[in-house]
Ligand binder design. Structure first.
Ligand SMILES: *[C@@H]1O[C@H](CO)[C@@H](O)[C@H](O)[C@H]1NC(C)=O
Ligand SMILES: *[C@@H]1O[C@H](CO)[C@@H](O)[C@H](O)[C@H]1NC(C)=O
Ligand SMILES: *[C@@H]1O[C@H](CO)[C@@H](O)[C@H](O)[C@H]1NC(C)=O
Ligand SMILES: *[C@@H]1O[C@H](CO)[C@@H](O)[C@H](O)[C@H]1NC(C)=O
Length: 352
């Protein structure tokens, strides 16, 4: 593990905070924390509506991989009709000659024009290695993102409606949008290292997607306010390091959010250490290259919700539903929903 010391003077952090603050990030009050929906039975590995359909090997080009795509599409089209779907298909980079099929589901304020919105971008990969279900490696992160989308939807609607009625919009804080990316082709067909086909293709496509002249952001990629990658979630007692100085202030907010949820008795687990375990150090790299890398290389601020150490059973046939810790999975669903609500400053629509 490589660590670099965090520049720890509060003056430095304050400056960074101001430089990179694109939202009016506001902590939720206790009542709102209580109102964050529990994932309840939807994460049961045998029959949970969100998770169970994803617990098959999902190798690109196979029926199960297509079934996972249908699961996402059906969920959003039936339960979240205000979200739009964009496919990003590419054949250019896959070594197994299978097309790369990234799915992006998004909600944008009704008043924004192309090149105006800034996107909180929540991502996980949905493909798996051959013979592996990849329960923590892909399936749980994707199901958690579905829960987040469902849980923030009505607040997004309310916020957009109220702001639209007041004729608001036009500032970075007001033009916040959300997109959820289900990335394909993380795993390589042969080699042991992650291939990152989907994230490479998508980041390049978005970098090339130039916005109209006069837009606030030059291209689609630069509209990403923060790229949040979820990976290897669902094993008991994870520790999530802080990986990137630019987003360390968000990490600190997540630490505070988790602590408050625990204190209020709203999480099910009682781990020996908090998941966001402040060490005043930044871990300079992840243990393996992950899907944030192509975005990081292009200057996108990222936040990895990725444990270290990685689960021991990763890439084996033991990374299956039976080896998940269900209370941990449900706690992730709540914590990640809390982050999204705080990022979008949803206290604005909380009735007080
Ligand atoms: C789902 O499976 C669990 C066991 O994993 C069982 O306890 C529960 O009753 C099942 N729920 C439904 C609705 O079948
Ligand atoms: C598809 O999923 C089923 C159910 O988990 C599994 O039995 C089958 O082997 C999978 N097929 C492939 C090609 O991975
Ligand atoms: C991308 O691939 C999916 C799945 O095969 C297909 O349904 C979709 O129409 C394709 N989209 C585009 C734009 O090619
Ligand atoms: C992006 O643009 C570069 C330079 O024009 C080009 O070589 C590359 O093929 C483009 N990539 C995609 C995915 O559009």
């Amino acid at each position: 593990m490589k660590f670099c010391p965090l520049l720890s003077s509060s003056a430095t952090l304050l400056t960074l905070h101001n430089l990179f603050l694109v939202t009016a990030y506001t902590a939720l009050n206790d009542d709102f924390l209580h109102a964050i929906p529990s994932a309840a039975s939807d994460f049961d590995p045998t029959n949970g509506s969100l998770l169970a359909p994803l617990l098959t090997p999902r190798v690109p080009g196979t029926e199960n991989h297509t079934a996972a795509q249908h699961h996402f599409v059906n969920f959003f089209s039936t339960q979240l009709p205000k979200w739009t779907l964009e496919w990003y298909n590419s054949t250019s980079t896959s070594d197994a000659n299978t097309p790369i099929e990234n799915l992006v589901f998004k909600r944008e304020p009704p008043w924004t024009v192309p090149g105006q919105a800034n996107w909180l971008t929540l991502a996980a990969h949905y493909d798996s290695k051959e013979g592996s279900v990849g329960a923590s490696d892909g399936a749980v992160p994707c199901a958690v993102l579905m829960h987040v989308a469902r849980s923030i939807d009505k607040y997004m609607t309310q916020m957009h409606d109220e702001m639209d009625a007041l004729g608001e919009g036009g500032t970075v804080e007001m033009d916040m949008a959300v997109q959820i990316i289900f990335l394909d082709g993380k795993e390589s067909a042969g080699g042991s290292k992650p291939a990152l086909y989907g994230s490479r293709a998508l980041s390049e496509t978005w970098e090339n997607a130039t916005n109209p002249v006069g837009s606030k952001y030059p291209n689609s990629l630069s509209q990403i306010s923060m790229f949040v990658l979820l990976g290897f979630l669902g094993s008991v007692n994870p520790i999530i390091p802080s990986y990137f100085l630019t987003t360390h202030w968000v990490y600190r907010n997540m630490e505070a959010l988790e602590g408050r949820l625990r204190k209020l008795g709203l999480l099910e687990t009682q781990p020996p250490f908090a998941y966001f375990h402040q060490t005043n150090e930044i871990m300079a790299t992840t243990e393996e290259p992950d899907d944030h890398v192509p975005f990081e290389e292009r200057g996108v601020p990222f936040l990895n919700i990725l444990p270290s150490p990685l689960p021991k059973n990763r890439d084996t046939n033991e990374d299956d539903g039976g080896h998940l810790d269900l209370p941990t999975v449900k706690d992730w669903a709540k914590i990640m929903t809390g982050l999204a609500l705080e990022w979008f400053d949803m206290m604005e629509v909380w009735p007080e």
